[in-house]
Design a protein. Structure first.
Length: 499
């Protein structure tokens, strides 16, 4: 008789300082949550942990139940009602009976009344099915809790940033769980935490200590000492008691794995703590960054220079309509620029009403106040020609979220003469060139590209760039963590406190 597997996805990276709300409709990047068979249709063949679970189940000839798949762009806390709407289908599926549960979660979700929704999901599943094994895959930017670890059988996470190994992380977690079901291994986990707020601008393996820690983790896996070793550098924009850098390691209890997992976990965290100063990001003044980018573009006309507006990244909960970097680019007279994306549904509506080819004058962006950091919205007056209007839909072809359909909402391109600005109705972090190409813009032919991103842009844009210049504008994804009024962190914590 085939085994019965429950496969589910619930993901939200919660920026507790974000001004963006998180209704149920936001889960699904335009489509809303998927339920039942629609989960398979949306995710099979994609570069996601859920796709790995689906492939693993097919390989095992297992019966699958897919109660829900729901992922939202980062924003503020979801309501209890939204959380229940996402979790109850999982509970019902587990209650109906299964041999294993495979969860594709984020690890940095917060709701209006819960600091640890992922831990609550695992606890609820465990309460319903005390003996059923549970595999969990987590995002790299997880704030790990003991409740999740205590109620799961296997926990793994991504080892890349940009996250191009999501499928691999899911396959690792799922394969370990299947081996345990077959009786070949007995998974045991060790985890730990450090009071360290690591700037996301220093999370990428090539930028700071994470690279060396991940090399060590991979070596321990490859040598067979442990089954899986995961570094979780945290999501510092979630104000919770378990926010901080953590690690989790899976060993085989039958082969000395308990002790090995503990030793490997401790060593990973020791490296992070010893090199904690390298997790602090120092940003030069905005005007200096744009001037540097301008000079690089003039000296290297063969490939575009990227200007990265990292303080207003919707992929970490930003409003995606702060115009500080755009304004400085225009003030300094850069030419041959493409900018994406500015989220401004009102501006899109005005351009749609005007029509393609028409001249418009807009108060662009700046529609969102950010009281958590004392920032008022400040639109930018721009004029130009409506070059293109699109439905904002395309399928990602790059290495991150490969095969996933993307919904920008109604989208319009404004050509100011010096810059082509992609204005969207919905949020989207630009990690795939489709944000431009779907609107008829070839980013390879430009001198400058401004992207509202932090690190994920590297997946699709770094290969075509001559240089990258990080530009510190303003917003709720500011890398300067001192701008946030934290209330729930465990203190002292580095670098906010001397340690």
């Amino acid at each position: 008789m085939p085994r019965r597997y429950v496969l589910a996805l619930v993901k939200h990276e919660t920026n507790t300082f974000s001004p963006i709300e998180t209704p149920l409709s936001s889960f699904g990047h335009g489509e809303g949550p998927a339920f039942g068979r629609e989960v398979v249709d949306r995710f099979r063949g994609t570069n996601t942990p859920l796709a790995a679970y689906l492939d693993l189940a097919a390989r095992e000839h297992a019966e699958i139940v897919t109660p829900v798949a729901a992922e939202s762009w980062p924003s503020n806390r979801a309501s209890r009602a939204t959380f229940e709407a996402l979790v109850r289908p999982i509970e019902d599926a587990v209650r109906a009976g299964c041999d294993a549960v495979f969860l594709d979660l984020h690890g940095a979700m917060v709701t209006e009344d819960c600091d640890d929704p992922e831990g609550e999901i695992a606890r609820r599943v465990r309460r319903i099915a005390p003996e059923v094994p549970i595999a969990v895959t987590l995002d790299y930017h997880t704030n790990l809790s003991g409740e999740l670890v205590d109620n799961a059988t296997v926990v793994t996470g991504y080892k890349t940033y940009p996250h191009v190994d999501m499928y691999d992380a899911g396959m690792l977690a799922g394969s370990i769980l299947v081996r345990a079901l077959d009786g070949g291994i007995e998974p045991v986990m060790a985890w730990g935490w450090k009071p360290l707020l690591a700037s996301i601008m220093r999370h990428a393996p090539e930028d700071g200590p994470s690279g060396d820690i991940l090399d060590y983790a991979r070596a321990q896996e490859a040598g067979g000492r442990v089954l899986a070793a995961t570094l979780l550098p945290s999501f510092p924009h979630a104000d919770t008691p378990h926010t901080g850098v953590s690690a989790i390691v899976v060993g085989d209890a039958r082969r000395g794995g308990r002790e090995a997992a503990r030793e490997v976990c401790d060593r990973m965290l020791d490296i992070a703590w010893e090199r904690r100063a390298e997790y602090v990001f120092h940003a030069p003044p905005l005007a200096d960054s744009v001037a540097r980018a301008k000079a690089l573009g003039l000296a290297n006309p063969g490939a575009p220079v990227l200007l990265i507006d990292h303080c207003d990244n919707c992929g970490s909960g930003g409003a995606q309509d702060v115009m500080a970097v755009v304004a400085e680019i225009l003030r300094q007279g850069l030419e041959g620029v493409a900018i994406a994306p500015i989220r401004d549904p009102q501006a899109v509506e005005a351009m749609v009403e005007a029509g393609e080819g028409q001249q418009v004058r807009l108060a662009l962006g700046g529609k969102t106040a950010m009281p958590a950091i004392g920032l008022a919205g400040e639109p930018l007056e721009v004029a130009g020609r409506v070059e293109r209007i699109t439905d904002g839909e395309f399928t990602i072809t790059g290495p991150m979220y490969t095969g996933v359909k993307t919904y920008l909402g109604r989208t319009a391109v404004l050509d100011t003469g010096r810059a082509k600005i992609v204005v969207t109705s919905r949020p989207h972090e630009p990690f795939d060139v489709g944000v431009f190409t779907h609107a008829g813009i070839d980013p390879r032919k430009l001198r400058y590209i401004m992207l509202k991103s932090r690190i994920h842009y590297r997946a699709g844009f770094k290969p075509i760039a001559s240089h990258v210049v990080e530009c510190a504008g303003a917003g709720v994804t500011n890398a300067d963590l001192s701008v946030y009024d934290y209330r729930r962190l465990v203190r002292p914590i580095y670098p906010l406190d001397p340690m």
